[in-house]
Design a protein around this ligand. Structure first.
Ligand code: SF4
Ligand code: ZN
Length: 478
């Protein structure tokens, strides 16, 4: 497997690991865990987390005071935590939060300490790791309050508050409220328990780009290993990833790559996301990133802002040659589908697309299992090339996804802002017809932009053009 897992929350500093900490870490390495984050629960544990982070290359520390420990906080606790936060292995403030389930500290004290550390995190521009049990309203209210900022914080021009709610076990509306605040959501072994159906359905609804995985070791052991009641350890984080993959209809490798990329975005740790991916895999399909150029500037496109798809960074610093594309495809075979896609319009590079398609068909003729070839296009290539190119493509590729995006020319113009202005929409429809008449199978896609009349789009696609309609989630490619 390519990228490894990150266990974004564990307590390796606890004495339960005193006997065999080195073996626990080496088992994690063997299980492809490439980074781990150990938050402290009080001053002492924060110090210990840092010491361990100095010892193990994959381990990073966060420093903070857990709600259980809030009442026992040392008199100059905040100063000491602030000092520890300067250590280079410290990447967050945590574990902080509210726990009204066990109420080991009085709620009032918990709130005071939580607020203090949220403010500190904003001042230090560090993300926070938040614990929440039976206290969702207060946790969210306080995050929103600190996010909005006090006049003092605004004056200091602090960055927005960032963070994660760890071992999430709430409902869907709570999850989306956290996303609105700009938070990530982390799932632990709880998601593997037979009784966690509602948690799994929350995970199904959340954009995976906002999800982290963790073990919370030594707590919350996943099923089937090591089983409930046993000590959990970071090597078991793959079970969380497996469950999430099942729920989201992705591969475990997809989940690892995406969640590891998310950790990188939030905490700045773990492997860097490699930019300029030419061939990238999602589930069992291979996507080819031919160009970042396009004739359109769709309102929903992230081509120029953040061209990251399922953890693959598609920003190209130059367009790949035929040879580079072939090299990127490599020796792998057995894909369900190979798709000319990426952030950009592949048919701007018609000759390269034809060459690559020819090459892939040649491989199929040489006895390799043929993958289905598909071109994802905005359907404007005939205007670009000044001729009907469909007859040149049909012998090579028989599957097309064409972005219809609207039920009328006006709506198309508003959403897609094409360089071809008023000509564009009719041209997209003509392209779909040409492909259909050439015997290709065509999917007309629309992005579910709020307010778009999907039923009207379906009519145009199916009744007028004889294509199948596919509605893409706002913000999803692949
Ligand atoms: S047609 Fe596709 S690549 Fe081009 S701007 Fe629109 S969404 Fe982006
Ligand atoms: Zn914890």
């Amino acid at each position: 497997m390519g990228v490894g897992f990150v266990d974004s929350h564990l307590h390796l500093d606890l004495s339960l690991f005193d006997e065999d900490r080195d073996s626990v870490v080496s088992r994690a390495r063997q299980a492809n865990v490439v980074a781990m984050l150990n938050p402290g629960h009080n001053l002492e544990s924060s110090r210990k987390a840092i010491q361990l982070a100095e010892r193990y290359a994959e381990l990073y520390a966060a420093v903070g005071v857990h709600p259980h420990d809030a009442a026992a906080e040392e008199p100059r606790g905040e100063e000491a935590i602030r000092e520890l936060a300067r250590h280079p292995r410290v990447v967050a403030i945590g574990e902080i939060g509210l726990d009204y389930y066990r109420n080991l500290s009085p709620p009032e004290t918990q709130r005071r300490v939580f607020l203090k550390y949220l403010r500190l995190a904003r001042r230090l521009n560090l993300p926070v790791i938040v614990h929440c049990r039976d206290a969702f309203e207060d946790v969210c209210g306080m995050l929103e309050e600190v996010q909005a900022g006090t006049p003092a914080l605004q004056e200091e021009k602090t960055q927005a508050l960032r963070g994660v709610l760890h071992s999430f076990s709430g409902d869907e509306s709570s999850a989306f409220r956290l996303l609105d605040i700009g938070f990530f959501i982390s799932f632990s072994g709880q998601i593997t328990y037979p009784k966690s159906d509602s948690l799994r359905s929350v995970a199904r609804e959340l954009p995976i780009e906002k999800v982290l995985i963790e073990t919370d070791s030594p707590f919350l052991p996943p099923q089937p290993r090591p089983g409930r009641g046993k000590r959990n350890e970071p090597s078991f984080v793959s079970h969380v990833a497996e469950e999430l993959a099942r729920v989201k209809g992705l591969s475990v490798e997809d989940v690892a790559r995406i969640t590891t990329g998310n950790v990188r975005r939030l905490f700045g740790i773990g492997p860097e996301i490699e930019a300029g991916q030419i061939a990238y895999r999602i589930r069992n399909s291979l996507y080819l990133n031919i160009t970042n150029e396009c004739t359109n500037a769709c309102v929903f496109c992230r081509r120029q802002t953040n061209p990251v798809v399922k953890g693959h960074d598609l920003r190209l610093d130059r367009e790949p040659t035929f040879e580079e594309i072939v090299a990127a495809i490599g020796e792998h075979h057995g894909y369900d589908e190979i798709v000319f896609c990426g952030y950009g319009e592949p048919l701007l590079r018609l000759e390269v697309v034809k060459q690559v398609a020819q090459f892939l068909r040649g491989k199929a003729n040489a006895g390799e299992t043929p993958a289905l070839l598909r071109i994802n296009t905005n359907g404007l290539a005939n205007l670009v090339h000044g001729r009907n190119i469909v007859p040149e493509l049909i012998p090579l590729v028989r599957n097309f996804s064409v972005s219809l995006n609207a039920p009328s020319a006006e709506e198309y113009h508003r959403l897609c802002r094409s360089r071809y202005g008023d000509l564009a929409y009719e041209e997209v429809k003509r392209f779909i017809r040409e492909c259909r008449e050439g015997g290709a199978s065509v999917i007309a896609t629309v992005v579910a932009v709020p307010g778009l009349d999907l039923e009207a789009c379906r009519k145009v696609a199916e009744e007028e053009l004889g294509a199948t309609l596919r509605v893409r989630e706002y913000d999803e490619v692949g």
